[in-house]
Design a protein around this ligand. Sequence first.
Ligand code: PDD
Length: 285
Amino acid sequence: MSRFVYVNDRFLRRHEAFIDIEDRGFQFGDSVYEVIFVTKGCLVDEQGHIDRLAYSMGELGMDLPKSPVTISLLIRELIRLNDLTDGLIYMQVSRGAASRDHLIPKGLSQTFIMNTRQVDLTAKSSINEGVDVITVRDIRWGRRDIKSTQLLANCLAKSEAVRAGADEAWMVDENNFVTEGSSSNAWIITDDQVLVTRPPTHDILNGITRRTIIDIALQNNVMFEERAFSLDETKIAAEAFFTSATSLATPVLSINGIAIGDGVVGPITKVLQDQYLVYAQQTSL
Ligand code: PDD
């Protein structure tokens, strides 16, 4: 737990921080968030995350709570106060507090909070050794490109995966095509060595890690196709993995109990994982 948190213009000790019980983020999920990966003191893809926060807010008719430069300075101050070297920055902006009403009131003052978590993700066995995945029906709303805090379906999916002895759930649409993970983007590498991930439409979150992995794949001459892939295709995939700020590039060993390839971390996945960390640890504060 971080010692200091940021709440509406103030850095406070964690136990001193409160938000209103009628905050619309709490009552309606009327809020958006971002999670940024920090490794060896490097803040990874900060600009991409701030840009996506602006995008999510814009799609919901909200403005960024501060200028991108100010947000960046606030993040750095929180990192300094918490001596954060490895871990995560969490930020959330809600539309604000008001008497409960489905009608979105005008002129609210936003609730903007940030906290940090110290954890060395690069040392996690799930990321290094891979995990099992199950699939569940995607029951979410139609604007998954907006990083909103309406995450109940995602939480149910993840919990179902863990109950089944797996680590992540991949969600499938009505045509049995994989959309994405409960908190990650889904990827396969086909038998003929083509890296495949779903295009960033309203159906999925356009992951910041996803975009970086595409760049890294292209730089490393990995063949790449941006298209939806079906559950059947995962059964004959050579490799699979998922990406996010919290899972980096996590290898998938099996899906619904069926081994992917040889059931070990695949060679292309390993190259992408390694190159992602090289990239991440070159970014600066
Ligand atoms: N989630 N898809 C979903 C549904 C996600 O929740 C996330 C990330 C991603 C990957 O996005 P990115 O690469 O920008 O982290 C894709 C964060 C980590 C979370 O909810 O904690």
